[in-house]
Design a protein around this ligand. Structure first.
Ligand SMILES: [Zn+2]
Length: 535
């Protein structure tokens, strides 16, 4: 059996330090599920603090069932001169549902002297105490040795002493952090080999690299070659400064090229889809040149290359694109396969024969060319399948809508929307105000059809993302709108694309309500009703 390397994702904590990164609790939950489906072993959710956003995330996570992944909560070693048991932040960690706690602590004397002014001996006690406290409370502990490689270059005996303190106190893993991203692969290899040699019998060794020197992935691989069995990183290498080590590159390198078991073999084909989905959730355009998952990663231009690839792909391709869910054609999508479409249809309760699935695939390709992306728009995709099978019934027929934005002398901006629609043979004309065009349209539309479909009241718009696509269109840019809607249990994404931002928003808005009214979701909601009405 192949040796195991555990992937530890820190997108939701360290990755969120990157510029412009901010996710709601609901979006974080979608990332967790995507990583779980990929087969990642550990997902760090952040610090279970009492701030409302973190509290909501941990509350949501506590109620989720994951197939594969375990959740890790993140915290720090106790304060100096105070027992771990008296530290309120550690009490939160001990009380939270997560089975694994990751603790970050110092290992570099320079930091102790210049930054925290903690006595080196007290630092060792802080590490041991905190680890022991959490172990006593039934947690499995990972110790993240901050600035380990800098500390090791400065005073190797002390840096190793910090690791030993954590392992002796019961930590199951010590992870060597290249917090500044300053190290090079040969340094990482040498230091990791020494740690494995001296402490490997006491616990597992991990690596947490950053990409400041462009070596985040290389350093992670070097550490694994030297005996590390856990790799921390983020999806697509998100993170502060130059980013964290990119798990999307590390995974296929370890699994396909080095034969390690990181995720179940049948899951690695989800890599491209997962990478793009997380990009879409974070409102980042997927990098076309990203290794393994970029749309150019296997796109061959030169005539000689193309001929070579056609006769034998090995002549110009380092791995089979299908192994990571990518494609050598220009259009890539998780949906490029009929099998995927059929699986999705089945999940939403629709029988789709293979000719129908092929038509959906063709339609997806056509829409992608116009600027649609269905990775994060599962709600719109469900509707697309139903349009193909004839199971689709529009909620209403639009006669017209109009939006007025009025700016006043005092600087205030007002928005008003009027819609005229037909529902079951009845004409409704409704006007509503809102704090923006989409809000006003949403209110007017719900007012008009809420009478006929009271379930719509449970559905809320939770996110609105706009991106301007300037690709390949000579005439003016195209706007893509992604909406997330939620009924408190499920969250689904929908998409609209148009040269006009209001039209794109309208399309996504209508999809979000129609997708929310699909039988599978509506039944799910009905099943919850008694529980919700009971006080
Ligand atoms: Zn970090």
């Amino acid at each position: 059996m192949a040796a195991q390397v555990h992937l530890y994702d820190t997108t939701l904590r360290d990755g969120m330090q990157g510029e412009g990164m901010s996710l709601s609790a609901g979006e974080k939950l979608r990332v967790v599920h995507a990583l779980d489906e990929l087969g990642v072993a550990l997902i760090e959710a952040g610090f279970p603090s009492s701030n409302p956003k973190e509290e909501e995330l941990f509350r949501l996570l506590a109620g989720e069932t994951l197939e594969q992944a375990e959740i890790a909560a993140f915290g720090m070693t106790r304060r100096r001169d105070a027992a771990a048991a008296d530290d309120p932040a550690l009490a939160l960690l001990a009380d939270c549902f997560a089975p694994v706690c990751t603790l970050v602590g110092k290992t570099w004397r320079l930091h102790l002297e210049k930054v925290t002014r903690v006595d080196p001996e007290e630092n060792l006690r802080m590490i041991a105490d905190t680890v022991a406290f959490l172990c006593t409370n039934g947690k499995r502990v990972i110790y993240d040795a901050e600035h380990f490689f800098d500390g090791y270059r400065d005073d190797d005996a002390y840096a190793l002493g910090c690791l030993r303190a954590a392992l002796d106190a019961g930590a199951e893993n010590v992870t060597l952090c290249d917090t500044n991203g300053s190290s090079l692969p040969d340094e990482v290899a040498e230091a990791t080999a020494r740690v494995v040699d001296e402490l490997g019998a006491l616990g597992q060794i991990g690596i947490h690299a950053h990409d400041d020197a462009g070596c985040g992935v290389a350093n992670s691989l070097a550490a694994v070659a030297a005996g590390a069995h856990l790799v921390q990183g983020t999806v697509n290498g998100y993170g502060e400064r130059c980013g964290n080590a990119n798990l999307v590159s590390i995974l296929p390198n370890l699994q396909l090229k080095r034969g390690f078991d990181c995720v179940p073999a049948e899951r690695i084909g989800r890599l491209t889809e997962t990478s793009h989905l997380v990009d879409e959730i974070c409102n980042v355009t997927p990098g076309p040149n990203a290794p393994y998952v970029g749309k150019n990663a296997f796109a061959h231009k030169g005539g000689l290359h193309v001929a070579g690839v056609v006769s034998d792909a090995r002549t110009f391709e380092h791995v089979d694109p299908a192994a990571v869910g990518n494609d050598r054609t220009l259009l890539i999508s998780e949906l490029s396969g009929r099998g995927t479409v059929q699986a999705r249809a089945k999940r939403t309760g629709v029988a789709l024969e293979s000719a129908g699935a092929s038509r959906v695939v063709d339609e997806v390709k056509r829409l992608e060319h116009e600027g649609y992306q269905f990775e994060a728009a599962d709600g719109s995709f469900d509707l697309l399948i139903r349009k193909e099978t004839g199971d689709y019934e529009p909620l209403f027929r639009l006669e017209s809508f109009r939006v007025i934005v009025e700016k006043h002398e005092d600087g205030k901006v007002g928005t008003e929307a009027t819609i005229k629609i037909w529902v079951e043979g009845q004409r409704y004309v409704r006007t509503a105000e809102g704090n923006g065009p989409v809000h006003a349209l949403d209110r007017a539309l719900r007012d008009a059809i809420g009478q006929t479909y009271p379930h719509l009241r449970d559905i809320e718009l939770v996110n609105f993302k706009v991106r301007i696509l300037d690709e390949r269109k000579g005439t003016g840019a195209v706007t893509r709108v992604l909406l997330d809607a939620s009924d408190g249990t499920d969250t689904w994404g929908t998409i609209g694309v148009s040269e006009n931002v209001i039209e794109a928003s309208w399309e996504a808005l209508v999809d979000s309500l129609e997708a929310g009214m699909l039988p599978a979701r509506a039944e799910h909601r009905r099943a919850r009703v008694p529980e919700r009405t009971g006080k």
